[in-house]
Every structure is written in C-alpha cells, then in structure tokens.
Write a new protein. Structure first.
Length: 161
C-alpha cells in the first residue's frame, strides 16, 4: 500500500532530458548494506550500467552505508524509469550475491533539479564530502565509494573540483 506522502512527492515531478538532477535514495529501513565492500561495488556497477545504456551521464556519486547520492545529466528517459531500473538492477544483483534478503531500497527517492545558475562543481563537492561530514573518514581520498567526472590522473578532488 502506498503512503500518501509518496504520491505528494511525485506530484509536479518533471523529467527534462539534458537537465542536471541530484538524486538521493535510501535503503529499506536505512539498513547499512553498503558497509560491505562487495555490496557497494554492485551498486556502483548498476550506476555505471545506467550510463552505458545512455539513460544518464553520471557527474558525481557517493554510495554511503545506507543511501546513495547521484548527480546526473538526464538523457532520453524519465527520472522515475531511471530510478526504477537502477533499483531493480542493483537489488537483483545484491540478492543474487546473497548480500541481502528481501527489499533493498525504500520506495521513492528525492530529486532536485539544478538551476542553470547553480554551481555544479559546488554541488558535487558537497555530495562527495558526505563521508567526511558523517565521520566515516578523515579525508575523502580514504573513502572508496565515490567518483566525479572532474577527477584528474592525480586523483585530487581539490585540484579538479
């Protein structure tokens, strides 16, 4: 049974190809599934698969122990289709690997369309700094589950963002 709030979240949701979106989704009951390295890597593989399909261009993402932040440029698909396919693909992979039992993701997700005047790199820096703010690491380079298109060969977030 759907909760009334989930319907309100969808009201007014608009998917515009070419627009940048910050997406957030959390695990079922905020279970910290992605503390397990293999589980986090399967989710990352599902993110990258969405990009290979041409559904989106990933600009930055961070997989936290119980949620995901994903900055994308939407391509020729709706946000709801992108997230539904991503959640299905990642959930199936996690269950096949015996890393979960039952539901992986909570229903729904949060999205925020970036405005043209928004500083995309600033949004990406904020997103990627989540492990620092959560106290998971002392420096972002120590956290293994994030990426951004602005990375250089040196791998220094401060130099590229």
């Amino acid at each position: 049974m759907e909760r009334a709030e989930s319907n309100l979240l969808r009201r007014g949701r608009f998917s515009e190809p070419g627009r940048l979106y910050l997406l957030t989704t959390v695990t079922h009951q905020r279970t910290p599934l992605f503390q397990e390295l293999r589980a986090a890597r399967l989710v990352i593989r599902a993110l990258r698969h969405s990009e290979r399909l041409g559904d989106c261009r990933s600009l930055a993402w961070v997989v936290m122990p119980d949620h995901l932040h994903w900055l994308i440029e939407l391509r020729a698909i709706t946000l709801s289709s992108l997230m539904r396919q991503f959640k299905s693909r990642s959930g199936t992979a996690l269950c096949k690997a015996n890393l979960c039992r039952g539901q992986v993701w909570q229903r729904g997700y949060h999205d925020r369309a970036l405005r043209r005047e928004d500083d995309t790199r600033k949004v990406a820096r904020y997103l990627i700094a989540n492990p620092l703010r959560a106290g998971l690491v002392a420096q972002i380079g120590d956290y293994p589950h994030w990426d951004a298109v602005w990375l250089t060969d040196s791998g220094s977030l401060h130099n590229c963002l």
